[in-house]
Each structure stands twice: as C-alpha cells, then as structure tokens.
Design a protein around this ligand. Structure first.
Ligand code: SAM
Ligand code: SF4
Ligand code: SF4
Length: 360
C-alpha cells in the first residue's frame, strides 16, 4: 500500500478541530454503526450457525449513547453514517435513532443496510425520520435458493420490502448481492434486470472470508473480472465510470445507461482508500472489517468521559491506524496460506469477530 503520510486534509466542518488522518494518510470519514448483533436470517456466508453468543443486553448502547459518540466522531471528520447489524430493523424504534442523528448537521448522509424483511412496515417511518439511502441485500431471485442460503422462508417479505423502498423516494436505493460461484453466478443478468424494474442500483460484492464465513474458499469467489465478463457477454460493451470517490464500489455503465457496481474486496482490495470504521452495538470501535482488536468506547462513555477526552482517544487511535486487512489476506495467497481467518472456537469466545456483530 502506498504511504501518503504527507497528505493534509482539513477538517471540513470546523477548522478549530483536528482532523483524524491515519498512518497511511486516510481520513476518518465514514462510520458504520451496528445497532444489534441479532438477525432474522442465517445467511451461510455470515451466520452459518443457528445459535450464537449474543452481546449482553445491558451492554448495548442506547440511541442517546450512539448519538453522543457519533457527535464526537463528526468532530473528527466523519460525515457519513451507515446503520447496519445484524439486522438493523430488529432494533426497536430505529426511526428515533435516525431523527437523533439528523440533528447533527455535520452528518450529510445517513444510510442503512438491511436484509429487507421488515422494510414494508418500517420504510416510511425511516424516510420521514430522515434516512437518506437504503441498501437491501438480496443474493438470488429464486425462492428455493433464498431458503437454502438463509435457512429462512422470508423471500416474499424481502421482495415486498424492496417494492416499498422503490416507491417511497429515497435519494438512493441499492441492492447488494454477494456473488458466489455455484450459487448465483447464473443470475447476474437477472439481478440487473430486477434492479431496473424496482429502481435499485445493483452492486455485486465479492465473497469475503471475514468472521463466520467458514465455508469460504477462493474457488467460490466470483471475481470482479469474471462478473464483468459474464455481464458483457450479455449486454455488450461495459464502460467503467471514473469517479473521484472513496466509496468501496467500482461503478460501471451498460450500453443502455444502467449503472451497477462491484465491490471487489477480495480480488482487488481497496484498503488504500478506506475511510471507514465500525462501531458495534455494544460500543466497540473497529478500524477494519478484519481487525481482531477493537477499542472499547462504551467504558469511557459510561464512566463519564468528557467530549474532549473521547475525541482525544478516538483521534490518537485513528492516527495510529495501520489496518489493511483485505490486502494482507490477499498477500497470503502466493504462499498458499490463506487459511481460515478466525477459528470457530475463537469466534465463540469473542463474538465481536463475527461479521454480524460489526456490520458489513
Ligand atoms: N443484515 C443486514 C444485511 O444483510 O443487509 C446488514 C448486515 S450484513 C453483515 C451487511 C452486508 O454484509 C450484507 O450485504 C451481506 O451480504 C454482507 N456480507 C456478509 N457476509 C459476507 C461475506 N462473507 N462476504 C461478502 N459479503 C458479506
Ligand atoms: Fe444475512 Fe445480514 Fe443476517 Fe448476516 S446479518 S445473516 S448478511 S441478513
Ligand atoms: Fe478498509 Fe479493512 Fe476493508 Fe481494507 S479490509 S477496505 S482497511 S475495512
């Protein structure tokens, strides 16, 4: 990864405040907030087990606590917040968290990633509360495949949720699909056509070996290059969209103008432009999806740390950030040593290592 330590980035909100820049010159801009570690699906690439060690309820941050931490994060440069989980819509009264975050003018973008099951009943209230963007995860258009992958029979609710979001008028609506060889590699075109119909931009995510993805193997990863090849065989010339962006997806345009994205986390990691960090539902702060150690922000928060103390802690943590997890995983490949990321026993001891605890 190219070091860019000399880069100076001003705090876009307030020049009197410091801007958090890490060891590689990456600013702290995007925060993913997991509001629960629970989920109503059991996607096999994320939660292959039926039962998990859940975070104790009393440790979960209240909405006021999340909002307080978010305010400190924004004083260091964060301007984008994504609500995730587990399944975020399982957390009661989620619109009131959105309203609270909305009171912070430094947050210019509030998004949510959801499996869509509970969207039909909640989408309007979330929109009214100020949620800007919704991403629904959908890996297949076949009910039987959905059930096989998620171990639940709720495909119809997801489709209804997607339909509801499409009609409400969110600024931006995306459909995220984990592309897996032997599972949905024959559905890439169908998913794009589905996206066109419901008004959602499809983004393919390469299968990652994070957390509980025990079934991961490199041959199941459908690479960005293969996805493009399959789509161009059907649609013809695909044009890359050149963007000056820190967003994880590479975006492309089909000949008819349809735009789609690919998040090539596994074959083309983008750690060098990663401005994201993750806050778990119980207040652990992780600087990388692959980070094994996080910082406990709940403890100082509940022990009465001042805003300045919290800011100093976050600033120095980010300034020491050296994380580039996906790149490091990839570097293991030539020696054939890309084994299991975390052993199951370790996952049981520390549920924070699970993807569903820290949010995707
Ligand atoms: N439950 C919500 C959902 O599924 O949209 C939000 C949390 S989920 C952890 C966030 C995203 O991570 C989803 O789009 C999911 O497909 C993705 N994800 C989970 N495990 C993954 C893996 N092993 N590889 C790639 N993406 C994964
Ligand atoms: Fe699936 Fe999201 Fe639940 Fe993981 S957290 S099992 S990706 S729905
Ligand atoms: Fe960022 Fe870590 Fe993902 Fe790399 S692996 S893009 S550093 S979260």
């Amino acid at each position: 990864m190219g070091g860019r330590t000399s880069m100076i980035i001003a705090n876009q909100h307030d020049e009197s405040l410091p801007t958090a820049i890490d060891t590689f010159g990456r600013p702290l801009r995007a925060l993913r907030v997991s509001v629960t570690d629970r989920c109503n699906l059991r996607c096999q690439y994320c939660m292959p087990e039926e039962e998990y060690v859940w975070l104790p309820r009393e440790t979960l941050l209240s909405f006021e606590e999340i909002s307080r931490l978010a305010n400190t994060f924004t004083s260091l440069g964060v301007d984008k917040v994504r609500i995730t989980g587990g399944e975020p819509l399982l957390r009661k009264n989620l619109p009131s968290l959105i309203s609270l975050l909305r009171t912070n003018a430094k947050i210019t973008d509030i998004a949510m990633t959801t499996n869509g099951i509970l969207l039909t009943e909640q989408a309007q209230a979330l929109y009214d509360a100020g949620l800007d963007r919704v991403t629904v995860s959908l890996d297949t258009l076949h009910a039987d495949r959905f059930k096989a992958l998620t171990k639940r029979d709720t495909f119809a609710q997801v489709l209804e949720g997607i339909d509801t979001v499409g009609r409400i008028g969110f600024q931006d609506f995306k459909i995220d699909t984990v592309a897996m060889r032997g599972f949905n590699d024959d559905e890439l075109v169908d998913l794009i056509e589905f996206g066109k119909k419901v008004g959602g931009e499809v983004r393919y995510i390469e299968y990652m070996d994070v957390g509980g993805a025990n079934d991961w193997s490199s041959d199941k990863v459908l690479s960005c290059a293969e996805i493009l090849q399959k789509l161009s065989a059907h649609y013809g010339l695909i044009e890359p969209i050149i963007e000056d962006s820190w967003a994880p997806a590479n975006r492309f345009r089909l000949p008819d103008g349809t735009i789609f994205g690919i998040i090539a986390s596994t074959t083309l990691p983008f750690c060098s432009t990663c401005d994201r960090s993750r806050l778990t539902a119980d207040g652990m702060w992780y600087l990388c999806l692959y980070a094994k150690i996080g910082m406990d922000l709940r403890k100082p928060l509940r022990e009465g740390a001042t805003e300045e103390e919290l800011r100093a802690l976050m600033l120095s943590t980010w300034q020491h950030r050296i994380d580039r997890g996906a790149e490091q995983r990839k570097e293991l490949e030539p020696a054939n040593s890309r084994g299991r990321f975390v052993e199951i026993e370790r996952l049981r001891q520390d549920p924070h290592l699970e993807m569903h605890a820290r949010g995707g």
